[in-house]
Design a protein around this ligand. Sequence first.
Ligand code: MN
Length: 513
Amino acid sequence: MNGFENYEVWWVTGAQLLYGGDAVVKVDCHSREMVEGLNNSGRLPVKVVYKGTANSSKEVTEVMRQANNDARCIGVITWMHTFSPAKMWIHGLQQLNKPLLHFHTQYNAEIPWETMDMDFMNLNQSAHGDREFGHICTRMRLRRKVVVGHWTDPRAQVRIAVWQRVAAAWADSQDMLILRFGDQMNNVAVTDGDKVEAEQRLGYHVDYVPVSELMEYHKKITIGEIKALVAEYFRLYAHDEKMENPESEEYAVIWNAAHAELTLRACLTDKGAKGFTTNFDDLGTQDINSPKFVGFDQIPGLASQRLMAEGYGFGAEGDWKSAALYRTVWFMSQGMPKGCSFLEDYTLNFSGEKSSILQAHMLEVCPLIAEERPRLEVHFLGIGVRKAQTARLVFTSKPDNGVTATIIDLGNRFRLIVNDVECIKSKPLPKLPVASALWIPMPDFETGAVAWILAGGTHHSCFSYDLTAEYWEDYAEIAGIEMVRIDKDTTIPAFKDHLRWNEVYYMLNKSLC
Ligand code: MN
């Protein structure tokens, strides 16, 4: 499921006819070469399509309208090769409802001191042209990304690539459906929030599906399908050989886990959903001790792990915000090597300089972050409406740097909280056989945890080794939501001020609340 192939980003060059038609023809050639250069750089996941020069208000408006109406177009890159008087951009920019990237670049790289003449200048005036454009964007309070650099510079190309991935994930979330199997865990505040506002502001729609309806899918799964999936588990994951004995208790539990996964996938596919939540207190009404028992014998933990790896958003205990955000994390990082997961701050490890936070969950950690081949195990899980043996993938995670993110609802707005973290070597937990990661939040354990708590952050977050805070900066800019970043430079006094100032800013900017 590589969504990038279905998308394109449009490039519009700002020009004007002051310098004569010949200059614009030349600029058109330059623009084609620049777009081709970007596409051939091998650094951009989404194809850039050149849409010509815009020389008048009418032309700007026309191309922006087309961008809005073309489902393949996920964003617009603008570049002003010269002074493109910015009043001509007002109407078009007012209408543009796709992400905007302003690329401050120039066809020519270094100044040809000996030969530079006025003809050269007519083609290489973005130094002032892009400032005129920047002014109108700021005057109109437009949210956008500004990238500065020569178009052949890998650093500029990488910054465009980041924005492309975010814009693609943004497009993906505009028709994202999240299914909730069961409600929120009762009384929990941080995982709840305003689903209507989430749809208006962030794009995704959240629906409830009674577990009784899910059980209708459960009934239709065939023995053949289950058998094939169980065989796939044994092929993919390390496991005790005795589990493969169909008479063993473990085999029966793994059979149920495969049945649950097929059930969830059938329902998600049927409804066109991109993510889901579960709740260990709502697994259907059947009596597990009855010989006629049909249904989930515990939360479908193994299924959630595997569906996350496939790209489905997941949030535990009804956490639909995390489910949607995880889908976005997965979508942005498609094709990247190190992986991502939904995680929970599980337990603290006070150990001086290396104090850290164990990240895990009852079962649901995505195997994409595993350090080694995950191990399929069956153990008792005594939490929730059904206390029973259940299957899960057990592993520790790669030591590496990453970034974790969460979105909270502050009542008048959403706040995105982003924390750079250093994952360190974890140890197996023989008495608590779940998958886990172990990290030190930046800038250090104490400051990171204080800042996260002051910001109101959840105990659930969406972690990635591959993304950086720049992705989240672009995401918050496109969505128009608050972002606070906790990183190597964070100090608590400055962070507190930042939170206070934001409080005022968002109170005054009603359009962002
Ligand atoms: Mn949880």
